[in-house]
Design a protein around this ligand. Sequence first.
Ligand code: PEP
Ligand code: MG
Length: 854
Amino acid sequence: RKRISCPEKDIAALQKKPVPPRPVSTDFVEIAPAAAVAVAQHGWRAKCLQRLVRLDLPVPRTVALPAGTVRALAAGQAVDAAGILARTGALVSVRPSPVNPEWGGPGSVLNVGMNAARHAEIRKTHGAAAADALYLRFVHSYATHVARLDPDAFALDPEPGALGHALTLYQEETDEPFPQDPARQLAEVLRSMARAWEGTSARLLRQAKGAPPDAALGLLVQEMAFGIGPGLSGSGTIQFVDGVTGSPRITGRFRGQAQGRAASVETLYLTRDPRGASLEEAAPQIFAELVAHGAACRARLREEMQIEFVVESGKLRVIDALKVTRSARAGVRIAVSLAQDGVISREDAILRVEPRALSELLHYQVDPRAPRERIGRGIAASPGAATGRIVFTAAAAQAAAARDEPCILVRRETGPEDIRGMHAAHGVLTERGGITSHAAVIARGLGLPCIVGASGIVLDQRERTLRAEDGRLLREGDTITIDGSNGEVLLGAAEMLAPALDDGFRTLLRWADNVRDIGVRANADTPDDARTARLFEAEGIGLCRTEHMFFDEDRLTVMREMIFADTSRDRRIALERLLPMQRADFLALFDIMAGQPVCIRLFDPPLHEFLPHDREGMRELAEALDRPLSEVTRRVEALSEFNPMLGMRGVRLGITMPEIYDMQARAIFEATVEAGRRGAPVVPEIMIPLVSASREVELVKTRIDAVAGAVRTEQKAQFAYRLGVMVETPRAALRAGEIAQHAAFLSFGTNDLTQMAYGLSRDDAGRFMGSYVMQQVYAEDPFHVLDVEGVGELLLIGAGRGREGRPDVTLSVCGEHGGNPESIAFCRAAGFDYVSCSPFRVPVARLAAAHFAL
Ligand code: PEP
Ligand code: MG
């Protein structure tokens, strides 16, 4: 029963100061079809109510106070409460109406105007219980919001005697009887709501949702509609689509003899239901009216609305309506269905869906309606949800996959040695790391749900246990679910929603394809990637990184033999064994892509990545190659570089060990001939990495042309191919004019280009990127969002000079940035022909590109 604060006038009385008369504001408007109601002044709710009034919905009389009046109220000015009540009637509710519904606002106060006289009247018409419940509710609100008394002291349960008790308590605590003048009650309620909006916590809450510091609040005073009374009375909400799936379905609730959140007397289902009585059966006329109102909102407000309504002795009143809260998948379905019904245009449908939200649809999701038991939380690093048994090592993940058992790989952090385990797992959870950590980047590429930096869980890799946030101990083999869309780790197998690549999704993206003016391809290295690329309707492969093809066990050994070869001839012999494998790789990609362009990048990484680094590995290698350990160690040391990312990789390898590129070119051409014979003619695209001088291109081109000539003669077949260059060193961008004379296309590798433009190691920047972004040295991680000022300048120079050197040169971006909406906007503005990104980002890129074109 603690008194929380003392009304201002009491303080004034104690200080014996005269309370100066306040100026009175009369700036408010009654909501009517032609009234001047504006969102910026009166808020979204006021505007929405006006639309409902224009649709002729039975909205109770409502007055809107603009933001200026509300501000003045908070500052101590008075409002003409009696003037307002003259337009609404003496019993009203007061509701907040911020400019944006997301910004919250103070809670609504109902039954303003209740006093002893009204209580007596309602007692006669509605009975004692109803009268008591209405009055009690108001006393509770007023005592807590206006007089700021302890809410727990005021019961809400309308038990006999509760009302009398509340009124006495109010008087004891404030030293005055409960105010009886409706105008004074209203003035005080309005003032307390205006002040609540200015409070620090309300301000912080809305600013977290993007509200500006001077966010405005309007207030609405609405004639009260009771959900209490003789005959059918109650209150409820109804909506006509499912908020999770977006499909047509009537949901909501109706509580008989109820008001707001007060205890219900009887709850009815809305539609016919075998479990019990429904509004549809009990009051078919009212139900039909609601359905008609929903249809009117959809057609005229061009939106699926949730309607808040009250039934008072059989009479329907609509007191509010708001946009149905929806999941990403429901958002797509609703937008498409509105466009299909001609309610909105296709362009509007495209613009109504936020591109990033699409990635939620591509994966399994925890059903938001299902119960969930959270045992940990981290950074949502790669969207989607997965259930599986806990494994603590990559080897255990591979073993689980071999048994066909879904698993979640749980590591402190991951490194290159975990990649196979990540491939085998259904999801990845790490205790450490941020959004650009190894685990996060790889998982996004694989489309694998991932949570990183779950610092509340404690791993014991040796004991193979995981201590959950709540202290519970989990062991290897226990089942968990990770939700990579919100970062939650859940106990057991959660109920899931399947990916929603349904008709709505496809339709929306096809519409997007019709309006966008920049192409979208996928970065795909494996047949699986290529199939995903097709599923998401990429326009071909923009980057196939071939080095991944050499890591399989059987190939790795041959690869190592090739690296250890002493002469060009020996190297060629080893490579001949790799040739059929590579040919099969490319043929598989050509088959899957069915005639769409496939851009293959020649070998890029430094050779030492294929060699073992520890003693045990070297011993095994010595055994496999039948060479002395000392020689193997010496060779490995000789190949190691101080700065491999800037060392012997990419085209530099192609120039000094040309046999590798010869073999790859041959494999590509032989696969091209074979694909042509199978009836899917291909014009392969071959791309040279890490170029910095045009002479590099000339040299490689001469050899590749020779290989093409040889294959044509041997196979007695004709084929064409396109040779292009990756622009990923600053010098290549500067010399693009000259380079383009030897290249049909230029593909900007913005990962390396960012690394080299900033002098920032891709592998080491994670250590300080967090503090750099936090201190705003960089606005964003430049590996994530294209640095349009610096790296962007190189892109513009490269594109411009490239086009000058060869007007028909094709321009594209194939770094990680290709899937990022802001970066796509830049590439489009710079006149690029296409972007290429990981397959799972293709739908986002297609929709984002359409947004920019509209
Ligand atoms: C790049 O550098 O942007 C690129 C696509 O190549 P990688 O990431 O393989 O170095
Ligand atoms: Mg690169």
